[in-house]
Design a protein around this ligand. Structure first.
Ligand code: FES
Length: 181
């Protein structure tokens, strides 16, 4: 005998699946997955390029300034080195000057040529024993410490070492107040 209760039959019905919704979900997830893979394939090399250029720029490397014999004791001489991270577009600016002071024997101080104020190239004046900046009158003593003018500190110095009779400096970064050589 058939029941009058409308809920009794429905209790025995098989559950209904919304196949179209399931397929839509699958396609959506597949699309997201493919986009994620494509994004990674395109993005990783780009991110790698920028990260490697930052890492590279932050790794000064040893560069030779030549034989120590060219630097007399108790004297300051200019030396020029090739920027280890030069590009073709750098042209002559890849040649970076610096000031080398040979204290005695193998004891050197190598000053960056850039003024600690705004980076103009400083010049060494033997008579006055001063480095002078042509831009705003900054002056430094022979040990590179600040003497006068707007520079907030002394000249930047490069780390140096003597190997096989050659003077080497750690170069590759332009010294700045935030990033001393
Ligand atoms: S850049 Fe040298 S004093 Fe300003």
């Amino acid at each position: 005998m058939a029941s009058d209760d409308p809920h009794e039959d429905s209790a025995h019905e098989m559950p209904k699946y919304d196949y179209s919704a399931t397929r839509r979900d699958f396609m959506l997830k597949l699309g997201i997955g493919i986009n994620a893979i494509a994004g990674a394939l395109v993005g990783i090399p780009i991110i790698g390029f920028f990260v490697s250029s930052i890492v590279k720029a932050n790794q000064p490397t040893w560069v030779s300034l030549g034989s120590i014999d060219q630097f007399p004791e108790n004297a300051t001489r200019m030396a020029v080195f090739l920027n280890p991270y030069r590009t073709q577009a750098d042209g002559a600016t890849a040649n970076v000057p610096c000031w080398v002071k040979r204290e005695n024997g193998e004891n050197f101080t190598v000053f960056a040529i850039n003024c600690a104020h705004l980076g103009c190239p400083v010049r060494w004046f033997e008579q006055s024993k001063l480095f002078l900046c042509p831009c705003h009158g900054g002056a430094y003593y022979e040990d590179g410490s600040r003497a006068a003018g707007p520079p907030p500190r002394g000249l930047f110095v490069y780390e140096n070492k003597v190997e096989k009779g050659e003077l080497n400096i750690k170069a590759g970064l332009l010294p700045t107040l935030a990033n001393p050589a």
